[in-house]
Design a protein around this ligand. Structure first.
Ligand SMILES: C[S@@+](CC[C@H](N)C(=O)[O-])C[C@H]1O[C@@H](n2cnc3c(N)ncnc32)[C@H](O)[C@@H]1O
Length: 416
């Protein structure tokens, strides 16, 4: 049975699990629904404690893997009885398992919580941004008023650290270990939830990459806020005609430095160019065909996103230049699916938010761009929103734009 489940594609498994959870929601008596939250709170707390003690990295991996409570307790310098109590929260919820009554072993879930696993890193990010931040939210809103955080700084995540004058990424930058953890968390590739490729038709991009007319070395693909380069790598591997040499990743100087160093070991990424940027303050490098912006919009309010798009627009020097915003699309009417709702809620800590297509459209148009197409993934809310220069802009070399007349027809295309 287990291997049958593992052979089923992630998307189908996620959809079935969501359906079963929806059934459970209807069946569960109300008090039990709340008791169930207590269980989740304890489970999350136990995971964080075991991450902190390094437990997930000390349990042997493999078919015969497993470690006795006594041996594990000795390794983490804890009482065996204490370790057993914490572990019970995880064995009872299927995060860990017993191979013998006194021997603890991994499950496929706990393997993902080890130190160098992107999902384990994401768990730490969410723990801080949601749970730790929840302890100061009442005080935060008492101080700032009961309104959405819209600035780069003065946000719950930096208020939590007693440094409200900083933005989220300025705070991260002060702590190399946290920044490293964040970058690792960003490299999660979860086809079941968040596909990267398979949405945008790459024909024009590939054609441009092959075109004689393209000046040698001119960038085709600029990944703005591309972090460690995992998305650019996915594109280059999926579309071998997109040469890594014509791809650029731009990110904060410290991120670029670390990523470029790591990239030396990587067959694809060693050919990518890394160029530092502060996208709040300056345009990316000029003249690329594609400016790709994945999971950046959600980190910011409309005002901050407007500024980023406006800056990128300054770099779009060819009429066919596009900005591709890769994000999940939230429905414009309630109720939000829980996945969209939790992302939106958790983004509030850093001053960001989830958007519907209408939410994107208004910011894109305010920045003097045209929302020219939307390519939606068939199985998930993930989409690529294509933004183009309005025709009158490149014909006049346009500076100031009137955005009032920029109504466009938005085709929603399903490319699978
Ligand atoms: C949520 S991550 C997204 C990373 C990547 N695009 C992805 O899809 O996994 C946000 C990225 O934006 C970068 N970033 C944050 N502030 C920035 C700034 N002011 N200028 C350039 N990059 C920035 C971060 O370092 C990080 O790599």
């Amino acid at each position: 049975m287990a291997s049958r489940v593992e052979e089923t594609p992630d998307v189908a498994r996620v959809n079935l699990a969501n359906t079963l959870e929806n059934i459970a929601k209807v069946i569960r008596p109300p008090p039990d629904a709340i008791m169930n939250w207590f269980c989740i709170m304890c489970q999350v707390s136990a995971v964080r404690l075991f991450q902190h003690w390094g437990v997930f990295d000390l349990i042997p991996v493999g078919r015969d893997g497993g470690i006795s409570y006594a041996d594990l307790a000795a390794k983490v310098d804890a009482e065996t009885s204490l370790l057993y109590r914490v572990a019970s929260m995880l064995t009872s919820t299927g995060v860990l398992q017993h191979v013998q009554p006194d021997k603890l072993a991994h499950t496929p879930i706990s393997l993902l919580l080890r130190e160098n696993e992107p999902m384990g890193s994401m768990f730490k990010v969410m723990y801080t941004n949601v749970l730790e931040t929840s302890t100061i939210l009442p005080q935060y809103f008492d101080t700032h008023g009961r309104k959405e955080p819209v600035d780069l700084n003065q946000i719950p995540a930096t208020f939590l650290e007693g440094k409200p004058e900083l933005s989220f990424f300025e705070l991260l930058n002060q702590d190399p270990a946290k920044m490293k953890n964040f970058m690792r968390a960003m490299s999660i590739t979860n086809r079941g939830r968040v596909p990267i490729t398979g949405m945008y038709p790459m024909d024009d991009v590939i054609q441009a990459a092959n075109a004689q007319a393209s000046p040698a070395g001119a960038p085709i693909w600029v990944d703005v806020g591309g972090g460690g380069g995992h998305t650019v790598k996915t594109f280059c591997l999926t579309y071998p005609d997109l040469p890594a040499e014509r791809c650029v990743v731009q990110d904060l100087p410290e991120v670029c430095k670390a990523a470029a160093e790591q990239a030396k070991e990587d067959e694809v990424l060693q050919n990518v160019t890394w160029v530092p940027i502060d996208f709040h303050k300056e345009p990316p490098i000029e003249g690329a065909l594609i400016y790709y912006l994945r999971h950046i919009a959600r980190d910011y309010s409309d005002a901050v996103l407007f500024n980023i798009l406006f800056n990128i627009r300054q770099a779009m020097k060819r009429p066919d230049s596009k900005i591709l915003i890769a994000e999940g699309l939230a429905p414009s009417t309630p109720p939000l699916p829980v996945y969209a709702a939790f992302k939106d809620y958790s983004m509030m800590a850093i001053g960001g938010k989830e958007r519907s297509l209408e939410g994107f459209k208004s910011v894109i148009e305010a920045a003097g761009l045209e929302l020219s197409a939307v390519y939606k993934d068939r199985d998930t809310p993930q989409a690529i929103i294509e933004c183009s220069l309005p025709e009158h802009m490149y014909s006049t070399g346009a500076q100031a734009l009137s955005t009032g007349d920029l109504m466009c027809n938005i085709p929603t295309t399903d490319v699978s």
